[in-house]
Design a protein around this ligand. Structure first.
Ligand code: GCU
Length: 616
C-alpha cells in the first residue's frame, strides 16, 4: 500500500465515514481468529412502521436520553411485573436462522422490504486478560443498527461487506443480548439504487461472531507479490491498539523458508519488501497456497495465501507472465436449490463446482461483493475472480452521500479480499449510463482502487450499441475505456436486440489496444421447455444463441475473456411471465433445481477448445 497525498485524502474520507457511521476499521481474516459464533437460531420481530425505533413524532428513540421501555425494541426490556406495559417480547417471538435472508425462510416475508429486529442472547465467559472483543458481521442487507445489552454500538450501511464494533468491557459473563435492526428498504440515494434485477434479500445474511484479539493486534495486512515482480513479496501490516507504535512484526512462510520482520511507525503501520526466490506461483492450473504467519507479541495470525503476478500488455492479460483467456461465467450469490442468499463454504463449493464443470477458470461475482467463502474457495479451486460493487444502473451520481457509500463499499471489498490470489479484477460498476457526473464518480472510484491496490486490474461492465449508420457494427462509446485496464461490456444481441440471426452479421469495433472481456450475454430458457430454435424461452433457442454468440465474439481481435449471463437461474422481482419466469430470471445455464440446460454444453465445449488453444 503506497501512502501519497491522495492517500491522505482517502484516509480523511475514511475517517469521516467511520466517525459518521460509528463503523470501525475492518478487521480482516476473521475465520483464522479466536471467536464465539452467534450463528444459529435468533428471535425476530417484523416492524414495518419502525415503531421500535421512532416514536409517534418520528423522533429516533435511540437518540433519546430516556427512551420508553414499552416500545424501544433495542432495549430488549422485560416487564418486571404484570402492571408494566411492554409492547414486544423477543422470548415469545418467532425463530429465524442466522446467517440467512428472511425472504427464503418465512413465507410471509418473501416480498417483505422494511425493518426486522433480530435478537440473540448469549453468555460470554470472562475474557482473557489484555484482550479485546469485537462484534463482527459478515454482512447485513441493507442498513443495520446494532445494540449490545440495550446500548447502541453503531450503524452500518451497505448490504454486502463486513463490519465490526469494539465491545471490549461491554460483555457480562451471563445474559448478554445483541439486538440488530436490519432494514432493506430500497432508496434512490442508496447503492444499489431502487431498481435491480435481483431479489432484495434482507437480513443478517452472513456470519455473526464475537471475535477475541489481543489488546494490540494485527487488524489488517497485505501480503502479495510486488507489481510485475515474481521474486519480491510486498508486505504491509496495520496494528490496532494502545501499544501499536515501534512494534516488531514477523512474517513467516515456512514452506518457502521465509522469515522476515519489520517495525511499525507511530501510526502502527509497517511495510517491507521480502526477497522470495522460486516460489510456487498460484495459477488456475496450479492453485498453490502457502501458509503465511504474521506474528506480533507471540500472537500468531495465519492465512493461506497464493502468489501470482498479474498485468495486461497490449491486448494480453498475463498471469505469471503467461497470456490467459478468461473462460468465465457470471454468478449471483444465491443457492437456488435451498433458496435464498448463498453464504457458506458449501454454497461456494456448489456454485464454483458448477463453474469448474463448465470448464471455467474465471467467474464474475455479480453485482456486489459476495461472501468471503467464495474468494477463499476460488483460491483453492484455481478460479480467478472478478469482484464488483453494486454501482448498478442509475444511481445518484451528484449525491455526495451516495458517493461516500459507494466509496465505503469499494474500500471494504478491497480490504477484505486483497490477499486472495484468485481475485484479479476489481469492477467499479454495471451498465451505468454515460454522463459527465457518472464518469467523474467512477473515475474517483478507480483512483481509490489504484491507491489501495497497485496490482489488480480495474474494469467495469460497460454498454455497447450499434454504430450510427451501420446497424451491424457494434461500438463501445464510453470515456471510461481510457481509465480501465480491461474493456468489458454487456451485449444481448439475439435476445434484447434482435434474434439469434443478428449474431451472424454483427461486427465489433473496439479502438483500444487493451484486452476485451464480454461481461454478459445470453437469453432466457425454462429448463425442460423444448421447441424450435426460433422459439423464445426454449432450451433450443438459448442453445442456438450461445452457438452464434461465441462465434460472433470470437471475431473480436482483442477478446481475452467472457462471462455469459449467467450460471444459474436466479430470483428477480422484475421477471413476471407466468409458467416461464414466475419471479425467476431464466438466463441460467442451470435451473434453480440444479438441472443443466442444453446451452451449458455449448459453452462447455467452447471452453474445451479455448483451453486447448491457450495450453499450446
Ligand atoms: C443486465 C444486467 C443484469 C440482468 C441482465 C438481464 O444486463 O446487468 O443484472 O440480470 O441484464 O437482463 O437478465
Amino acid at each position: 500500500m503506497k501512502f501519497t497525498f491522495a492517500g491522505l485524502l482517502t484516509f480523511i474520507l475514511l475517517f469521516t465515514i467511520t466517525f459518521l457511521f460509528g463503523q470501525e476499521p475492518q478487521i480482516i481474516n476473521i475465520e483464522n481468529r479466536a471467536s464465539l459464533t452467534l450463528n444459529g437460531v435468533w428471535k425476530y420481530v417484523v416492524d414495518p412502521y419502525q415503531t421500535g425505533y421512532y416514536d409517534y413524532r418520528r423522533d429516533a428513540r435511540d437518540q433519546m436520553s430516556n427512551p420508553s421501555n414499552s416500545e424501544s425494541l433495542f432495549l430488549g426490556y422485560k416487564p418486571k411485573d404484570q402492571t408494566e406495559r411492554v409492547e414486544y417480547d423477543f422470548d415469545k417471538s418467532d425463530n429465524i436462522l442466522v446467517p440467512r435472508d428472511w425472504n427464503s425462510q418465512k413465507e410471509k416475508l418473501f416480498y417483505y422490504e422494511g425493518s426486522v429486529w433480530y435478537y440473540k442472547n448469549f453468555d460470554y465467559p470472562a475474557p482473557a486478560a489484555n484482550t479485546r472483543q469485537y462484534l463482527y458481521f459478515g454482512a447485513a442487507n441493507y442498513e443495520a443498527d446494532v445494540y449490545l445489552n440495550g446500548k447502541k454500538r453503531g450503524k452500518h450501511v451497505g448490504g454486502f461487506t463486513p463490519f465490526n464494533f469494539d465491545i471490549t468491557g461491554k460483555l457480562n459473563p451471563k445474559g448478554n443480548f445483541v439486538i440488530v435492526k436490519v432494514d432493506n428498504t430500497r432508496g434512490l440515494e442508496k447503492v444499489p439504487t431502487i431498481n435491480t434485477d435481483w431479489w432484495n434479500y434482507g437480513g443478517l445474511t452472513r456470519d455473526v461472531k464475537i471475535v477475541e484479539v489481543a489488546g494490540t493486534f494485527i487488524q489488517d495486512y497485505y501480503v502479495q507479490l510486488a507489481k510485475n515482480d515474481k521474486n519480491t513479496i510486498e508486505v504491509s501490516v496495520i496494528l490496532n491498539g494502545p501499544s501499536k507504535a515501534n512494534q516488531a512484526i514477523t512474517i513467516e512462510i515456512p514452506e518457502a523458508n521465509i522469515k522476515a520482520s519489520c517495525t511499525t511507525d507511530s501510526e502502527g503501520k509497517a511495510k517491507t519488501m521480502i526477497a522470495a526466490k522460486n516460489l510456487k506461483l498460484w495459477s488456475p492450473e496450479n492453485p498453490y497456497l502457502y501458509e503465511v504467519k504474521l506474528i506480533h507479541n507471540n500472537n500468531v495470525l495465519t492465512d493461506k495465501i497464493g502468489f501470482r503476478t498479474l498485468q495486461t500488455k497490449g491486448k494480453e492479460i498475463l498471469v505469471n507472465g503467461k497470456p490467459v483467456f478468461l473462460r468465465g461465467i457470471c454468478i449471483h450469490e444465491e443457492n437456488g436449490i435451498r433458496g435464498g442468499r448463498a453464504y457458506s463454504k458449501e454454497d461456494a463449493r456448489l456454485l464454483l463446482g458448477w463453474a469448474k464443470e463448465l470448464g471455467c477458470n474465471f467467474v464474475r461475482l455479480a453485482h456486489y461483493p459476495h461472501n468471503e467463502n467464495m474468494a477463499r474457495v476460488a483460491d483453492e479451486l484455481g478460479i480467478m475472480v472478478w469482484s464488483e460493487v453494486p454501482v448498478y444502473w442509475t444511481i445518484q451520481w451528484k449525491n455526495s452521500e451516495t458517493y461516500n457509500n459507494a466509496h465505503n463499499q469499494l474500500t471494504d471489498m478491497i480490504t477484505r479480499d486483497k490477499n486472495r490470489a484468485s481475485v484479479i479484477i476489481w469492477s467499479m460498476a454495471n451498465e451505468t449510463p454515460v454522463s459527465a457526473d457518472r464518469t467523474d464518480f467512477i473515475k474517483r472510484m478507480i483512483e481509490t482502487t489504484r491507491q489501495l491496490d497497485p496490482v489488480r486490474l480495474v474494469s467495469a461492465a460497460l454498454e455497447r450499441r450499434s454504430k450510427e449508420g451501420s446497424a451491424n457494427t457494434q461500438v463501445v462509446e464510453d470515456p471510461l475505456q481510457e481509465y480501465v485496464d480491461i474493456i468489458s461490456f454487456n451485449e444481448y444481441i439475439g435476445w434484447y436486440d434482435g434474434l439469434t440471426e443478428k449474431c451472424k452479421s454483427a461486427e465489433f469495433e473496439i479502438k483500444f489496444d487493451k484486452p476485451v472481456m464480454v461481461s454478459e450475454f445470453g437469453g432466457d430458457a425454462l429448463q425442460g421447455n423444448h421447441g424450435s430454435k426460433d422459439a423464445r424461452w426454449t432450451e433450443e433457442y438459448q442453445e442456438e444463441l450461445f452457438k452464434e454468440s461465441v462465434k460472433m465474439l470470437d471475431k473480436i481481435p482483442q477478446l481475452r475473456g467472457m462471462t455469459p449471463w449467467i450460471l444459474a437461474d436466479f430470483r428477480s422481482p422484475r421477471r413476471l411471465l407466468p409458467n416461464i419466469q414466475d419471479g425467476w430470471n431464466r438466463k441460467g445455464l442451470i435451473s434453480e433445481t440444479g438441472d443443466k440446460k442444453k446451452a451449458f454444453f455449448v459453452l462447455q465445449d467452447y471452453y474445451k477448445r479455448k483451453k486447448a488453444e491457450y495450453d499450446k
